[in-house]
Design a protein around this ligand. Structure first.
Ligand code: GUN
Length: 286
């Protein structure tokens, strides 16, 4: 049986380190890093994510602000809230939880967040910098996945990685992060033919589609690292990923569980991005 990558424990350890770092930062700069999280509407999954983000922020000692807006909020009001937080010197990170209600233009919202406060790494300025190999804020989920992959000790140089899913939030940036580690990357997606033929050759599989049992044991090379970004519900309503965990853990060298794998790491990377943003902003003042 393969090793289960304990994302919860890894992220708990990182948060403990960050908690101590926040104490030191406050001593040095006279204020704590501040994170603002905006949620529009009552999407139950989004409410859980936002609650967990605010909880983590408070755990490490950040100044945390949650802005809860009704589903019917006009786009202009949301943009005004973002601009207000952009101007607030006590806030270092501004995050708008996605998805947004249909009447709000997501692109416009992301563009309105100040580049220096974009702790999600979704702003075109950060996305462009990532693809040009310039310093940038990395999106939290792929950043967390790379961290988990690196804990296995696998040699990424020359390894074959198959990333399944091509979203702007996970699949595309994940592929770029693996390329930067000198992996050979195949970007697969819902239209990919013979997915199993590709994944069976892979040293690393990252599944980020949102489809239960997409990756089964017969699709995994013995010893491979399998990272499950999926967040689905099974027939009994239990949280599950894109990977058939019970089967795949018998074949893979390493596999992340759902829950307790990638999810906690995403939140921890958000906190790390906020600390980095704080340090960058404070250093500019010197
Ligand atoms: N919705 C799903 N994942 C994310 C994320 O990482 N950030 C934001 N803002 N919304 C999301």
């Amino acid at each position: 049986m393969g090793t289960i990558i304990d994302g919860k424990r890894i992220s708990d350890n990182l948060k403990e380190e960050m908690k101590a770092q926040v104490v030191a930062l406050e001593r040095q700069y006279g204020r704590r890093p501040g994170l603002a999280v905006i949620i529009v509407g009552e999407n139950p999954a989004s409410q859980v994510y936002v609650r967990n983000k605010v909880r983590a922020a408070e755990f490490v000692g950040l100044r945390s602000v949650q802005v809860t807006l009704p589903e019917s909020t006009p786009e202009a009001d949301l943009l005004a809230q973002i601009r207000r937080l952009n101007e607030d010197p006590a806030i270092d990170g501004v995050l708008v939880q996605l998805p947004l209600p249909a009447h709000i233009n997501e692109e416009k919202v992301i563009d309105t967040i100040a580049l220096e406060k974009d702790v999600d790494g979704f702003h075109p300025g950060n996305v462009g910098a990532l693809w040009l190999g310039k310093p940038c804020t990395l999106p939290c989920t792929p950043k967390g996945c790379l961290h988990l992959i690196q804990t296995t000790g696998i040699e990424l140089r020359g390894a074959l990685a198959v990333v399944i899913g091509r979203s702007n939030i996970v699949g595309k940036p994940m592929a770029k992060l693996l390329l930067d580690q000198h992996a050979t990357v195949i970007m697969a997606h819902s239209r990919t033919r013979n997915l199993g033929e590709l994944t069976r050759q892979a040293d690393i599989i990252v599944a980020a589609v949102g489809k239960r049992n997409l990756v089964t044991a017969d699709m995994v090379k013995p010893g491979a690292v399998v990272i499950d970004v999926g967040m689905n519900r099974d027939d009994e309503g239990h949280l599950c990923g894109d990977v058939d965990f019970a089967g795949v853990k018998e074949v893979a060298g390493f596999v992340t569980p759902v829950p307790g794998g990638v999810g906690p790491m995403t939140i921890t990377m958000l906190i790390q991005n906020t600390l980095d943003s704080f340090i960058k902003r404070e250093s500019k003042k010197q």
